[in-house]
Design a protein around this ligand. Structure first.
Ligand code: CUA
Length: 351
């Protein structure tokens, strides 16, 4: 009875933890690409070999404790020190296990080797880590985004990773392992995403202040969906502004209130490097580096008190009135939208 209670007490939390860990969007078990798959395969191999070793060692231990329990004899047991058979057995089997782990480990290391020679059809992206957001530049396409990386499914993506300030680490658990962003050093990472969806990313290196809020999304689209997104982005500067008076007023406020001094918007403001580019901002799924869904209510709250949402960030409180905030929200959310609908790119996250 005690044993049943105890086993339930252990089994239920383990099952709950398992289902949560396997189901969450930032779980390395929700694999969506060959690099993450190779890394997960290696994990399972070492995990099950570890289970096997634990069962054998634990089994032998339990057997010995039972078999050689004290039964009243007073003579010492037979001494086996220096037993050649035992010495050979416990040297041979660990060597075999280490070889079984080492061969696929070394092969995976070389297969997922981060430095590759880019070829013509690769999608090249330069990733810059800032405290506490991400800039994504597509040098061949003339596109700059922030915190949302659009890529086509099935095509290799080669990322050049740099930091503008301190150490950061780029991590999309479903698609590939981590790679650090280091000031004054170009790091590289490549991966392929298998299927469309929205995948969660996170800075995985403590970078002070708002590190936990330095998130991003990888939006994987079909090749046609990605091409359409590229064309839409490249045409952003020519897209006419909505004639809605709120939107027009919002654009004026954007230029007057100082937003334009930092944040670029194609066709409207050149901004400065080091601040998120807001071109086609209305298409963004999230705000403040992946912290909040990009809704009018959240955007208004963010503009009025950025520190309350993401403590430590460098966005100033501009002292906007409710009226001004509403106009800015209308303007920003109109950017890049052809209707009143926010793009969804197929759900909150992919599995
Ligand atoms: Cu950037 Cu942690």
């Amino acid at each position: 009875m005690v044993l049943i209670k105890w086993s339930r007490g252990v089994a239920i939390p383990i099952c709950l933890f398992g289902s949560v860990a396997f189901g969450l969007p930032q779980s390395t078990f929700n694999v969506a690409g060959p690099v993450a798959q190779a890394q997960l395969d290696l994990f399972w191999l070492t995990f099950w070999l570890g289970v096997l070793v634990a069962l054998i060692v634990g089994g032998v231990l339990v057997y010995v404790i039972w078999r050689f329990r004290h039964r009243g004899e007073s003579a010492p047991p037979r001494q086996v020190h220096g037993n050649t058979t035992l010495e050979i057995v416990w040297t041979f089997f660990p060597v075999v296990i280490l070889i079984v782990i080492a061969v696929p480990t070394v092969r995976t290391i070389f297969e997922t080797e981060s430095r590759v020679q880019p070829i013509g059809e690769d999608l090249m992206v330069r990733v810059t880590g800032y405290q506490w957001w991400w800039a994504f530049d597509y040098p061949d396409l003339g596109i700059t985004t922030a915190n949302e990386l659009h890529i086509p499914a099935g095509r290799r993506v080669v990322l050049q990773l740099v930091s503008a300030d301190v150490l950061h680490s780029f991590w999309v658990p479903s698609i590939a392992g981590k790679r650090d962003l280091i000031p004054n050093q170009d790091n590289q990472l490549w991966f392929v995403a298998d299927r469309p969806g929205v995948y969660y990313g996170q800075c995985a290196e403590l970078c002070l202040g708002a590190h936990a809020y330095m998130r991003f999304r990888v939006i994987v689209q079909s090749e046609e969906g990605f091409e359409a997104w590229v064309r839409g982005f490249q045409q952003a500067a020519e897209q006419p502004l909505s004639s809605d008076p709120q939107v027009v007023r919002g654009q004026q406020l954007y230029l007057q209130k100082g937003c334009a001094g930092c944040h670029a918007i194609a066709g409207t403001a050149v901004g400065q490097p080091g601040y998120p580019n807001l071109t086609n901002f209305g298409q963004r799924l999230t705000l403040a580096a992946g912290v909040l869904p990009n809704t009018p209510e959240n955007l208004a709250a963010w503009l009025q008190d950025p520190q309350a949402i993401k403590p430590g960030n460098y966005m100033p409180d501009l002292g906007l009135s409710d009226d001004e905030t509403a106009a800015l929200v209308a303007y920003l959310l109109s950017l890049g939208r052809d209707g009143s609908q926010q793009a969804t790119f197929g759900g909150t996250y992919g599995h």
